[in-house]
Design a protein around this ligand. Structure first.
Ligand SMILES: Cc1cc2nc3c(=O)[nH]c(=O)nc-3n(C[C@H](O)[C@H](O)[C@H](O)COP(=O)(O)OP(=O)(O)OC[C@H]3O[C@@H](n4cnc5c(N)ncnc54)[C@H](O)[C@@H]3O)c2cc1C
Length: 500
């Protein structure tokens, strides 16, 4: 193999992972690389779209809580101050009322019988024989974990129905490993004190602010284009990879070669469609991974915004969506006129366990907005935009067998010079936010050029006795989102940059 300065590197996909990798390669002075993106634009699932009525939409509400100094610096450099700083203000709609998030700290907002049910369940869960730690350790899946942590009342009212709406899979199918210890911090005394003393306990405030690019999440990713221009091939997909010859076939009929390839497409499609000669056990492992799809429905209104809220959760079945975002509250540039217009972005999941009819989803969303108390029937006369986007791959489902499947598929790819990274390349929901995605790309570039270990992916490769690759998949320190946490360490600067 050639030295790192001569390596021919290919990147499949110009979403956050691919762009992060490409930016870092260029920053380190490497020039021998190309990014192939089958869409005519960059950004992947983090792209933004402006509709003919002048509303800008994201593919689901994107909130950025980065804890990587490198990512923050990159954001500052590219955005040049053209972003807003927003307070997080999230709510749960339940039993015809609004409960501030986190739900378990604000059950005093519930009707008295429901509040009693929740607090009794919490007390029983905390006093389970062997203690809650034992029940949590014994939980075989996400459903059992929730009951052990929150008790029957909160689980029945909120956790179970809400999680089914988000994941579109029964919570018994989900593992508990991707959560880690973070949710185990249920403070029963705090919940009880808030209930008895009628105290508010909101999860937002000055420590919970997030930055949002002026023209949508995709505004940030569009700013990579002029920097990477010479290396970007938009509208050109990789249709096949020959891992022995280290060549790729492209959708325009041409070919290219590589020493190493970063793939950010879904790993199941990579192993099934693009690597037709992958061993059966690798293909079976990858294609057994599960995901949900998502209908994103944007409702634009010619009315002043009636609320300061950021986003809201909807566990009940009087509406199809699990989450609605007041997207126009994130930036004044998301509607044709911030004084006279506002926008609601509504997300509904879809899977074989929870099929959603695409033809009626927009109408059902509007009906749900009325049922959930966000719109009045009269408001609907002021709807000027109805935007609909179907994301075939929306959430990578952390099933109980996910890590075993990844451990079976990733080493073979690595042995062929292919690193599969990103939201669906790695399939690890816990490290699949935009900051994680960008940093997965950056860390891959650091590994290739600087021989630095990848910290975010939570995968350790070993060579097994029989000479074939082996991997251990674990929950990395960077996992999770939406909560303040210890900053991730800065990638180490190279002792000396590779010569080129
Ligand atoms: C509903 C929803 C809500 C989200 N909310 C948040 C949030 O609040 N905060 C946050 O930080 N993140 C959020 N995210 C996650 C964020 O969008 C992802 O982290 C990010 O987009 C993943 O980047 P990626 O590059 O790994 O993958 P993608 O964005 O999926 O990019 C992969 C790219 O590869 C391209 N591609 C696929 N196949 C080929 C091929 N054969 N040849 C060439 N190109 C190909 C695709 O066109 C795509 O552009 C959310 C995502 C969704 C769907």
């Amino acid at each position: 193999m050639s030295t790192s300065s001569h390596l021919r590197l290919l990147i499949l996909g110009a979403g956050p992972t691919g762009l992060g990798a490409a930016y870092r390669l260029k920053e380190l002075g490497h020039t021998n690389f190309t990014v192939y993106e089958r869409a005519p634009h960059v950004g992947g699932l983090a792209a933004s779209f402006t509709d003919p009525h002048g509303f800008t939409w994201d593919i689901g509400g994107h909130v950025l809580f980065s804890h990587y100094p490198y990512y923050d610096r990159l954001f500052d450099t590219l955005m040049r101050g053209e972003f807003t700083l927003n307070n997080r203000e999230s709510w749960v709609r339940i039993l015809d009322r609004w409960v501030p998030y986190p739900f378990q700290n604000n059950i005093r907002y519930l009707p008295r019988d429901a509040a009693l049910d929740c607090i009794l369940g919490l007390i029983r869960a905390q006093s389970a024989s062997g203690g809650p730690a034992r029940a949590i350790a014994d939980a075989a899946n996400f459903a059992q974990l929730n009951r052990a942590l929150f008790g029957e009342g909160i689980d029945r009212l909120f956790m179970r129905p809400y999680n089914f709406k988000v994941w579109a899979h029964p919570p018994e199918m989900l593992s508990k490993a991707w959560i880690g210890e973070r949710v185990a911090v249920i403070d029963m005394e705090r919940a009880l004190r808030n209930l008895v003393l009628e105290r508010d306990d909101f999860g937002w405030g000055p420590n919970n602010q997030f930055r949002f690019p002026h023209r949508g999440t995709g505004d940030f990713y569009n700013r990579f284009v002029p920097i990477l221009h010479d290396h970007l091939r938009l509208g050109v997909g990789i249709t096949a990879i020959d891992p022995d010859a280290r060549t790729v076939a492209l959708s325009d009929g041409s070919t290219d070669r590589f020493d190493l390839l970063l793939s950010t497409m879904p790993i199941d499609r990579l192993c099934r469609d693009v690597l037709p000669d992958a061993p059966a056990e690798v293909r079976d492992a990858a294609t057994g991974l599960r995901h949900s799809s998502g209908h994103m429905v944007g409702i634009g209104l010619r009315l002043p915004c009636p609320s300061t809220r950021s986003w809201m959760y909807f566990p009940e079945d009087n509406c199809p969506f699990y989450r609605v975002t007041y997207l126009s509250n994130y930036s004044p540039h998301m509607t044709p006129d911030r004084h006279t217009h506002y926008s609601l972005l509504c997300e509904t999941s879809h899977s074989e366990f929870k099929p959603e009819d695409p033809a009626s989803i927009v109408d059902r969303t509007v009906a749900g907005l009325i049922a959930a108390g966000l719109l009045t029937p009269d408001d609907t006369r002021h709807i000027v935009s109805r935007w609909h986007y179907f994301a075939d791959y929306s959430y990578p489902t952390p099933t109980v067998d996910r890590d075993d499947r990844l451990a079976a598929a990733l080493p073979w790819l690595e042995s062929r010079g292919i690193a599969s990274r990103g939201r669906f390349g790695l399939w690890k929901y816990e490290v699949s936010n935009t900051d994680h995605a960008v940093m997965q790309g950056v860390e891959w570039a650091n590994r290739v050029l600087l021989d630095q270990p990848e910290e975010t992916i939570g995968v350790r490769y070993e060579v097994a006795d029989h000479g074939r690759g082996k991997a251990t998949v674990y929950r990395p320190a960077a996992a999770g989102s939406g909560q303040p946490r210890t900053p991730m360490p800065e990638p180490k600067p190279p002792a000396t940059l590779p010569a080129r």
